[in-house]
Ligand binder design. Sequence first.
Ligand code: KIV
Ligand code: NA
Length: 265
Amino acid sequence: NRRISVHDIARAKERGEKWAMLTAYDAMTASVFDEAGIPVMLVGDSAGNCHLGYETTVPVTMDEMTFLSAAVVRGTRRALIVGDLPFGSYQEGPVQALRNATRLVKEAGVGAVKLEGGERSLAQTELIVESGIPVVSHLGLTPQSVNTMGYRVQGRGDEAAHRLLRDAKAAQDAGAFAVVLELVPAEVAAEVTRSLHIPTIGIGAGPHTDAQVLVWTDMAGLTGGKVPRFSKSYANLRQSLTDAAKAFAEDVAGGAFPAEEHTFH
Ligand code: KIV
Ligand code: NA
């Protein structure tokens, strides 16, 4: 009963098999996705917005990522669990990056870590991989840079597309086993996917990447307010939970709950 490994992921690209990845932030939800056969789960720092009530991913701490990642690992048996390195946990340099990646592996039990940036995170990626921890590199829109980058499509225009391809190759050369491409034109994502021997994982990057990742609360229709255009809701959990909570409250107010079958004498 072993977990999916980075070797299984590499083999999928050789075979041309596409696969799906979801974020997860807690043991119970992660156990559902594990039983549904989702091979790779990301404990994303999107937990900042989607789980912890922050406005962005920027405030998320190593303590929070360690706590959430440990829960997801406990809730799963088969999936490869990737833990996000949050803002400020690797930007100072390779030694800091390795220390925090090691913490996610030892304290939370993740099988891999993810960090943002290609060339700018090269030394970090190299040292973490050399030390025995698989790394996913996150390119295109990198939400930890929201204060300089904003939230817009990246890699538009020849120069930006070339820079993205260079970043992707740098990540691959540094030893990353996959790259996330967030919010980039489909044509650019397709070119990156063709140019790399490691898999590309798209989010808002069109249909030609090797894998697709979605934020689970968007995928399940739990997120309140506006969901990005590149996402798709496969359920309406927000409505279901609203209905359930209202029905419970009405039953209590009207005396219909608890009924005889819920009662001990
Ligand atoms: O934090 C996250 O959920 C992510 C994915 C969007 C790739 O980084
Ligand atoms: Na993230």
